[in-house]
Design a protein around this ligand. Structure first.
Ligand SMILES: C[S@@+](CC[C@H](N)C(=O)[O-])C[C@H]1O[C@@H](n2cnc3c(N)ncnc32)[C@H](O)[C@@H]1O
Length: 251
């Protein structure tokens, strides 16, 4: 599969995990017409925003990302939106241009998460909102059965090698406070395992894990993990839980 297709599938899967949270956040805020996603990737979240109250005024969507290939995919999927190549640390927008700026699995990847949040704050009008919908914390990850724990630990190290901060989640409340927001709400997204993952979801999870750790283990070790991952009782018994924090606050 092409890089963009794998990532778009992955981003769309992650967007489904946070759909209920987005509905909740949009129910708590109002007068939101101009919306910016910083680090929008392939546009998976921008194309899955809940309906919200914007009487008489159409919603205008803007996505910004460093990756031109991702932006091309985003633009093809959401032709009505505006997509801009840029860096979260120096947003190419005037002060008070948006009603809402949000991120989704971004802050763990940026060099200066506080600076990026302060930039979001700058481009949002007074009274508007900034939301970080999903920031994981791999320090609280739970893998079951126990044989998969080592895979989880390797994935955390791999994220560090790639330049990410895998324990950003626990810092999110402090970052929102330090960036000067009001009315901050912060929490952890819940997890339920009532329904069985589809084989496509399991395949995607495995493909992402493999990309992260394939250089850390021998072929035999990878095969053993694969056995645990896709074993006969996997659907019914396995647990993979990464606490994922969210926060939103008013400018
Ligand atoms: C894990 S992806 C999430 C994409 C999208 N938010 C989603 O959830 O579908 C992180 C995205 O942030 C982008 N990114 C990383 N650092 C960035 C920066 N400094 N400025 C803008 N985008 C950045 C990456 O190119 C990537 O598209």
């Amino acid at each position: 599969m092409k890089r963009n297709v794998v990532w778009h599938l992955r981003f769309s899967q992650q967007a489904r995990w946070t759909a209920d949270l987005r509905r909740y956040v949009f129910s708590q805020i109002s007068n939101v017409h101009d919306i910016l996603e910083v680090g929008c990737g392939t546009g998976a979240v921008l194309s899955d925003l809940p309906d919200f109250d914007a009487p008489g005024s159409p919603v205008r969507l803007t996505g910004l990302d460093l990756d031109p290939d991702f932006l091309q995919t985003a633009s093809a999927g959401l032709p009505g939106a505006r997509f801009v190549l840029g860096d979260a640390h120096i947003l190419p927008f005037s002060t008070s241009s948006f009603d809402l700026a949000f991120t989704h699995y971004l802050l763990l990847w940026v060099k200066n998460p506080l600076g990026a949040l302060q930039e979001c704050r700058r481009v949002v009008r007074p009274g508007g909102w900034v939301a970080a919908f999903a920031e994981p914390d791999y320090g609280g990850r739970i893998d079951y059965p126990a044989g998969l724990t080592i895979l989880g630990e390797a994935q955390e190290k791999s994220l560090q090698r790639q330049g990410a901060e895998p324990r950003l989640g626990r810092q999110l409340k402090a970052l929102f406070h330090q960036a000067g927001f009001k009315e901050i709400e912060c929490g952890v997204i819940g997890a339920q395992w009532q329904s069985q993952p589809t084989s496509q979801e399991l395949d995607l999870e495995w493909e992402v894990a493999l990309m992260d750790v394939q250089d850390d283990f021998s072929q035999a070790e990878i095969s053993a993990f694969r056995e645990l991952y896709f074993g006969p009782n996997n659907d019914a018994e396995n647990i993979l839980f990464v606490p994922t924090f969210y926060a939103f606050g008013q400018v």
